[in-house]
Design a protein around this ligand. Structure first.
Ligand code: COA
Length: 284
């Protein structure tokens, strides 16, 4: 991955409409690859106080060095680029959120071109302003720019209704449901919806190669593209890919779904409002 390119080290202005900027009292919003420890501590304290399924909750609130610790813990799992989002007013920049792009699902996943968008957090004072989508779009564009032709599919996993809406409702995002995982959040377990945003060329390769390998693989992939793959079918798709893992495209997809942790869930446990969003985006 070329994420360490020079331009990543610069501040980048996000596309946010004037009405939103007026509402939150900002001249503009920008992302920066680093943050100061005191401002990060404020964000991190808020995050710890919330009952949310966010991985950073697992990292302790320290007296000093919280940011360095979070960066170090995240990079133990996989190389990760951090983005900090600021609202600029006059000469004052206030930290409003954070998010990451990881190079792969985990260090043991050896295939290239499958980055992961994760850890998005917007501080409460800035929520409900439709800022999540520009933060997501900006990271997608980074992946496209940094990986170029080597980009295959971007992974995003969530149980958050707003993230789901953004990922599914906007044409540019174009994320496709590939199954569910169950996330251990300490005291409780959460059902996560897992999506891939295929690059056009990789989608084309999947549409051509998978049915050649096995017609059933082609059928499952069509369901992926239609957002209509059930949990049971996601498992069957994963297993079929594994059987054909002598074929490179099946091997990498099988490994990806395995490392994501795609598992069979009881779909009756999914809350109705989440189901409504997913079903509303089924195309068949
Ligand atoms: C998840 C999070 C980043 C979303 O930010 P937000 O400010 O709450 O949400 P936004 O106002 O940007 O809205 C996002 C989408 O939700 C929908 N939405 C917006 N307002 C809504 C409302 N009042 N009711 C229902 N849906 C709404 C829209 O589809 C919107 O997307 P769009 O702007 O492209 O139309 C934020 O709530 C957060 O940090 N939560 C805690 C951490 C967390 O759960 N992170 C997710 C990890 S995957």
């Amino acid at each position: 991955m070329k994420l360490l390119k020079e331009e990543l080290q610069r501040d980048q202005t996000l596309e946010v409409d004037q009405e939103t900027l007026n509402r939150i009292g900002a001249d503009y919003i920008f992302s920066r690859p680093s943050a100061g420890e005191p401002e990060f501590r404020q964000l991190f304290e808020e995050l710890h106080q919330e009952k949310i399924g966010h991985t950073w909750k697992k990292y302790p609130l320290l007296d000093i060095g919280n940011l360095a610790n979070v960066i170090s813990e995240e990079n133990k799992k996989r190389p990760t680029q951090f983005f900090f989002f600021y609202a600029q007013k006059g000469n004052q920049a206030s930290l409003m959120g954070a998010a990451t792009i990881a190079e792969s699902i985990c260090n043991s996943f050896q295939y290239k071109g499958f980055p992961v968008l994760s850890r998005c957090y917007i501080r409460r004072a800035y929520r409900n302003n439709r800022l999540y989508t520009p933060m997501l779009v900006m990271r997608i564009e980074y992946c496209e720019q940094m990986y170029g032709d080597e980009l295959k599919a971007i992974h995003l996993g969530t149980s958050n209704i707003r993230v789901l809406k953004s990922a599914l409702s906007n044409a540019f995002q174009n994320f496709k449901l590939v199954g569910n995982e169950v996330l251990d959040c300490g005291k409780y377990r959460e059902i996560i919806f897992d999506f891939l945003r295929f690059s056009p060329s990789y989608q084309e390769s999947c549409m051509t190669r998978l049915p050649e390998i096995d017609p059933l693989l082609g059928d499952y992939f069509k369901k992926v593209l239609n957002n209509s793959l059930s949990s049971a079918e996601a498992m069957a798709f994963k297993e079929k890919l594994k059987i054909h893992s002598d074929q490179p495209i099946a091997a990498e997809l099988s490994c990806l779904l395995d490392k994501i942790g795609i598992t069979q869930i009881d779909e009756s446990l999914i809350e109705q409002d989440l189901k409504d969003i997913i079903f509303a985006h089924r195309e068949d």
